[in-house]
Ligand binder design. Structure first.
Ligand SMILES: C[S@@+](CC[C@H](N)C(=O)[O-])C[C@H]1O[C@@H](n2cnc3c(N)ncnc32)[C@H](O)[C@@H]1O
Length: 402
């Protein structure tokens, strides 16, 4: 067990108070808190990040054990962190800020919570209900438990510049242990700041989850084709597509947010990608002009993100039914209107980082049954589940146009 330092608890309390009080994103808030004191070593940084995420992940459960009320003051956050650390097996030093814990009482509240899934797995009731309705009790219970575990870190070797074997050797010389998990994927077995490595700066790899690494290969691209990544964002999958295309042909990356595409341009330079152009979707004309042009189309659509709760546990507290309804509508609109960019004989991958059938199989089925889906057939679909493959929840499907 690591030794506890008051400055670390203070940093975690500050991050939590901003995540829950000011509605800040956990990843950005943790990065900000870590940046604020550059003297911290990698172990200290890892401790702060791990336990901030730990409390976010178990927020409802910890609150229940603490007695139910919403933490407001600094001392409330200290107590909540204290309960979290106790649950992780730490012995708490006798610091005034933690206050006194009645361990008997805490234990009886833990036991009470264990029997109620929404409390045990720390999830809002409405979301627990949605999950059970969509996946059925058994599958939802096991998926939810797996989504509460810590996410593994996976890398994708950039085959435009290196091989996975060569990359593993370079990282090993930097003290970073890896093991192969797929053709070009490596699992990081020892956590370090990967972004500070020379290998990263040289574009030898991207940090990308194993499940997300399955989207680009599912599209079956070939060098020389015209490929469109229509919801490219900052381009995790565009970079992978470019590597599979061996930089040959045309890769057009679209998104409604130009700032994300600007980030993609930077990443593309680092990755040595030379066949990519970006186009912000400023009006429906952008899509119309590309009608019938694509051999391959990737639709990595906006979604609830329920498959990546391990990585973004704060999404549990920020999501709403309203938001899910809105993204489902957007997904329908995207698959309906963007599919026309594919030429006859071309293929399309529809993917999400959600595990809800409503955003996945049901969207594909509805598309196939709609006028826009005429002439399309489903070739392949798979839902990756954290308790099965061990990585993010993710859905991929491939459709072909006659
Ligand atoms: C799941 S993210 C994409 C992640 C990205 N493909 C990657 O691998 O890093 C979905 C993206 O869709 C974009 N988006 C939202 N609505 C859109 C629309 N109507 N047309 C195109 N892109 C859209 C969002 O800005 C977001 O970047």
């Amino acid at each position: 067990m690591d030794r506890l330092y008051p400055a670390h608890i203070e940093a975690i309390a500050e991050a939590l108070s901003n995540i829950f009080g000011e509605n800040k994103y956990a990843d950005r808030e943790i990065a900000r808190v870590l940046q604020a004191d550059k003297r911290r070593g990698s172990k200290d940084r890892a401790f702060i990040a791990e336990h901030t995420y730990g409390v976010v992940r178990n927020y409802r459960l910890l609150r229940h054990v603490m007695g139910g009320s919403k933490p407001k003051k600094r001392e409330d956050w200290w107590r909540l962190i204290g309960i979290h650390l106790l649950s992780e097996g730490y012995e708490l030093p006798e610091w005034r800020e933690f206050g006194d814990f009645d361990e008997e009482e805490l234990k009886s509240r833990w036991d009470e919570a264990k029997a109620i899934r929404a409390l045990r797995e720390s999830i809002p009731d409405w979301l627990d209900k949605v999950g059970e309705e969509q996946l059925g009790e058994e599958l939802w219970t096991s998926t939810l438990a797996a989504l509460n575990e810590q996410a593994p870190v996976a890398l994708r070797a950039n085959t435009l510049k290196t091989t996975p074997e060569e990359l593993a050797g370079v990282l090993a010389s930097d003290g970073i242990g890896t093991e192969p998990i797929s053709a070009n994927g490596l699992l990081v077995t020892e956590r370090k700041n990967l972004f500070a490595t020379k290998a990263f700066k040289q574009g030898l790899f991207e940090v990308q989850d194993f499940s997300s690494q399955q989207a680009a290969p599912t599209l079956e691209v070939e060098p020389g084709q015209t490929v469109i990544d229509a919801c490219a964002g900052a381009g995790g999958k565009s970079l992978h597509l470019a590597a599979l295309m061996q930089n040959k042909g045309r890769l057009i990356s679209l998104d409604i947010h130009e700032w994300k595409l600007n980030e993609l341009k930077k990443r593309a330079r680092r990755n040595g990608v030379s066949n990519l152009e970006t186009r912000p979707i400023t009006s429906t004309k952008v899509i119309k002009r590309l009608s019938g042009k694509a051999d391959r189309l990737l639709l990595d659509v906006p979604c609830s993100g329920l498959g990546v709760l391990r990585r973004n546990p704060d999404a549990k507290w920020k999501l709403s039914q309203d938001f899910i309804d809105r993204v489902v509508k957007e997904q329908t609109e995207i698959i309906t209107s963007y599919s026309r960019m594919v030429k006859p004989g071309g293929k399309m991958v529809y993917a999400t980082c959600s595990i809800l059938p409503q955003e996945n199989d049901a969207q594909v089925d509805a598309f196939l049954a709609s006028p826009a889906g005429e002439g399309w057939t489903l070739e392949h679909k798979h839902t990756f589940l954290p308790q099965v493959e061990g990585f993010d929840g993710f859905f991929v499907s491939r459709l072909v146009k006659e």
